[in-house]
Ligand binder design. Structure first.
Ligand SMILES: [Zn+2]
Length: 389
């Protein structure tokens, strides 16, 4: 086979000699400064570790919170995610499935002749017959299992979609007014890129606005830029949480995605409609929530205020959320969520017909695919934390 001839690479513009010398000088200074800073940091870490070891030997309580419980300084926690992952393990243990359940799910989908697996960025565009299915991974807490999933998909030649939550502890922390990304984060992003995964941001602009007290939409836009600088081709975001958490969906930070009226006193204060997806180079929003043709704003506000019942393991609430959501329509036909140990929920609408099934086991999922009409679209919502047992 004849190889195409390559055109010669463009010749880089060489700056004038004086400018070169100046750049060289600045480079030497900056390199020196970086080396010194790294040494200072290493010393500070060792001093701190020695101080804590000495305090522990002396039986000192160390620092404690207002209730007298021992605490570790935030800076130490930031450097060590061990306690964080212990917490994740404890929190999700009652809900987590063994990893091979994920492998079995993928195996089922792969062997189903009706299913075409596509990343979320292609879910709404594919036109072939059968059913289009996307594996959406919302990384709320566990990037390590997420990478394991992406690597498994890579071994099967499948592209899944993975969304990093910029307000999660694993992602970064605020130190005063400074946002510091966790030092492992670039490595995790690179691992997802190498696995050929679609990478996007799990949008928590409203969380950043409410909880971190920063300009949430701006913070989110910054993280999209940062992910792209690392080489991720970010095409979309997925809103984190549901409306009852913030009285709005996170997807509503985008203009054109506001779901119901903003005269409500809480919603009025939120930065809804603040960002433009096209200006950020985004082509889709992966919750697939879309404004209802006619919205009963009172019903929407009531549903969004009902935090007491908002629970993905509450079948009544989940049924309303997926099939009769007063806040939004869904542009996908079906959503399939894993919500616990051998516990799946399927809900959506095929045309006018509501479809909802709770308490499904992995073995029931092929019957859900069989129920889907030709040319329907399904997003499978997976939180990696639920496959870490
Ligand atoms: Zn989430």
């Amino acid at each position: 086979m004849k190889h195409p001839t390559r055109s010669a690479p463009p010749i880089a513009q060489v700056p004038p000699r004086k400018q070169q010398a100046e750049l060289q000088r600045q480079l030497v200074i900056e390199r020196d400064r970086a080396i010194r800073l790294r040494e200072d940091l290493e010393h500070a870490r060792k001093d701190l570790a020695a101080l804590y070891a000495a305090a522990a030997r002396a039986g000192l309580a160390g620092t404690s919170d207002f209730d007298g419980r021992r605490t570790i300084p935030t800076a130490v926690q930031e450097l060590d995610l061990g306690p964080y992952f212990e917490q994740v393990q404890a929190n999700y243990l009652p809900f987590a499935n063994p990893f091979h359940h994920y492998q079995q799910l993928v195996g089922q989908l792969e062997s189903n002749s009706r299913v075409t697996l596509v990343p979320c960025c292609e879910l709404m565009t594919g036109e072939s017959s059968g059913v289009h299915v996307s594996l959406r991974h919302d990384i709320d807490a566990d990037p390590v299992t997420a990478i394991r999933m992406a690597r498994f998909l890579a071994s099967r030649g499948i592209c899944g979609s993975f969304y990093l939550l910029h307000t999660a502890i694993y992602y970064g922390r605020m130190f005063g007014t400074l946002f510091v990304r966790h030092r492992e984060l670039p490595r995790w992003v690179e691992a997802l890129i190498v696995a050929g995964a679609e990478i996007g941001l799990h949008n928590d602009a409203l969380g950043a606005h409410n909880l971190l007290g920063v300009d949430g939409p701006h913070a989110m836009a910054q993280e999209i830029t940062w992910l792209r600088e690392l080489g991720a081709q970010v095409k979309g975001t997925v809103g984190h949480n549901s409306a009852p958490v913030y009285a709005a969906e996170n997807s509503e930070v985008f203009s054109g995605r506001i779901l119901w009226d903003q005269s409500d006193p809480i919603r009025r204060r939120l930065p809804l409609g603040a960002l433009s997806e096209s200006a950020l180079g985004l082509s889709y929003e992966g919750t697939f929530a879309s404004p209802r043709r006619s919205v009963d704003s009172q019903a929407a506000s009531r549903f969004a205020a009902d935090l007491a019942h908002a629970d993905i393991r509450n079948p009544e609430w989940m049924r309303t959320y997926l099939t009769d959501n007063p806040c939004c329509d869904w542009s996908v036909d079906l959503q399939l969520w894993v919500v616990g140990q051998e516990h799946w929920v399927a809900g959506g609408r095929f045309g006018r017909d509501a479809y909802f099934r709770d308490r499904l086991a992995l073995a029931d999922l092929p019957s859900v695919i069989a129920d889907m009409p030709d040319r329907s679209r399904c997003v499978i919502v997976l939180h990696p934390e639920y496959f870490r047992a």
